[in-house]
Design a protein around this ligand. Sequence first.
Ligand code: PNW
Length: 503
Amino acid sequence: PSYVGNLSGEHLPADFIWGVASSAYQIEGAAKDEGKGPSIWDFLSHRVAKQVADNTTGDVVASHYYLYKQDIARMKAVGIPEFGFSISWPRIFPFGSGPINPEGVAHYDDVFAELVKNGIKPSPVLFHWDTPLELFNSYGAWSDAKIVDDFFNYAVFIIQRYDHLVDTWFTINEPQYCNWQYSYYPFGTYLPLYNNVTQGIKARFTCGHYTLLAHAKVAKWYHEEFKGQGKISFKNSGNYFEANSTAPADAVSVQRNYDFVLGWFNYPVWGPSGDYPQTLKDTLGDILPAFTEAEKALVKGSCDFFAIDPYTGYYAFGIPDLEACTSNSSYPGYPECAGSASTAPDGFPIGPSADPAVSWLYSTPVGLRKFLNAIKKTLFPTVPSIMVTEFGFAEPFESQMPNLNAALWDLRRADYYQGYLDSMLAAVVEDGIPVSGALGWAIFDNFEWGSGTNVRFGMQYLNYTDLTRTPKTSLFTFVNWFTSHGPNMASDQTNDDWTIPAS
Ligand code: PNW
């Protein structure tokens, strides 16, 4: 039985954006080349024991820094019209601020030119977790207000240079991962200063605070001073939550789960006050930094659309000791104080991946339609549109694959994309939710942060030794879905020519 009805013949709107996504540290390699400065991820992968499960680094990965022409040629050959990628801040400013590295600038000039030449629209992300190491060493990066101006100066440089080629800018990838061990501000784990629980939580919310201010300062400049023609937002990490039962405590838990992930960054932007959700203020007290009135005005309305990476869905259940939890910062589960589980009382989620590192990821296609409805109708009704900026599925890691053919025949990932895209289309055509785009993660297998190269998210298989990229079944599924349901493709873009032109 179909949960989305009959969608044959239905199409997404003509201006719908679709394509594949990536990020600089996860694909570029060339970590020490052409004047690039180190980022915290060069430090973490090289210097911190057990940070990366398989001890790999981003030194080479796919060497996209050198092979971008063949990657763009492949996208063009299969008819992918949009490429999501991030710019490496320490390639442009090796020390985070100060002198500019002309070789890094020339490189991105070439990447943008190559995309444009091939009819592929760039959707750049200014910061996808590769914080310049120097900013971490000199003042603790995102723990200090100084980061706001340093990020602003970097963002202004990039936007001024490429805005004429860009319709959709992203400032920051998933600010929710402040202080997460795989992310961009690993203070809680590494600096003894933050070695107690309360200080760790305080560090997380301080980081979030400056992230929001850094984004908002750029967005305000972009519209009011620079008068950019495009749209700008940060990208949200957030998953769908549904109550596990009709018990009131489960509904409370749904809302707490949303407040502490999506509400943290979006209530200030889309809510009436420009301030954090009341749940966060009540639970965190002094741990949560306070906005000045001027900062509230700056942050409010600073996103032009809602960008969400909705990988999966969960069931939420209430915890019995909510009162005790919310009033004690060392209580297990503080500050969220809300339960969640992937096990469904009904339905048939697929997953998780065989790799324990992606135990968070189940294929829950029905949840996407419900999530898009929840965002627009309940959580943040003032958003004009929603863009799905990442979604994808991890297949078992290589050592569990009998051979390359098995890795290429990635039916679970293909099923994930088919189901999620159908679900998204139903939200658009049957529920009237304004969804403006969808980018699949990822263009090919890459460096999956703390999981290294063990976890494969790609629609193309990456051979980490000879660097060849081979299309998997899911790439055909993904592209063909848009051939049936996408907006009209440009006449020079078809998906039946798989040859790669000589570069
Ligand atoms: C995203 N979750 O992170 C990142 O933006 C990518 O860099 C990453 O490779 C990709 O997803 C796959 O992991 C997420 O727990 C990490 O729900 C975790 C979650 C969601 C997104």
